[in-house]
Design a protein around this ligand. Structure first.
Ligand code: FES
Ligand code: FES
Length: 170
């Protein structure tokens, strides 16, 4: 129990972007508020706060989830990846492709778009345009018209297909 707020708290342990964390957290705090407010992982954005816009998408145990719809205590013991985890060694190929294809304007939706696209390409390295658009259907962008985001994801899929082709002895 936190004496100043009167709210119940729990100790949680989790791994985020390969690093272990142990924190005492208000049982009512959302996961996105925990990431941004307690851990300063502000790359994850928060927009609608009720599961509609996708800006807060992160990976939890390798699955994309909306971190505004979960409590931090529900992530106890989990392995998380946030957008910061994509660029631990510089921009990753998706981030570079978004930059090359102008797949962002204000950037507000971009962390969620990247995390959704990353999960798609892990499951399906060669998605069709329709499959990309279906995967992105839960991520809203007010700026780009989506076309350049789709092109960026197609670019990474084509690069992966090329590198697989080169790796396969002819
Ligand atoms: S902030 Fe989580 S879905 Fe919009
Ligand atoms: S780039 Fe502005 S909301 Fe998507």
């Amino acid at each position: 129990m936190n004496e100043s707020t009167g709210h119940a708290e729990l100790r949680i342990r989790l791994t985020i972007n390969g690093e272990r964390y142990e924190h005492t957290v208000d049982v009512r705090k959302t996961l996105v508020d925990f990431l941004r407010g307690d851990l300063a992982l502000t790359g994850t954005h928060v927009g609608c706060e009720h599961g509609v816009c996708g800006a807060c998408t992160i990976h939890l145990n390798r699955q994309p989830v909306r971190s505004c719809l979960m409590l931090a205590v529900q992530a106890d013991g989990a392995e998380l990846m946030t957008v910061e985890g994509l660029s631990r060694n510089g921009l990753d190929s998706l981030q570079t492709a978004f930059w090359m294809h102008h797949g962002l304007q204000c950037g507000f939706c971009t962390p969620g778009m990247l995390m959704t696209a990353h999960a798609l390409l892990r499951e399906n390295p060669s998605p069709s345009e329709l499959e990309i658009r279906e995967a992105l259907a839960g991520n809203l962008c007010r700026c780009t018209g989506y076309q350049n985001i789709v092109k960026a994801i197609e670019h990474v899929a084509a690069e992966t297909a090329d590198s697989r082709g080169r790796a396969t002895p002819g």
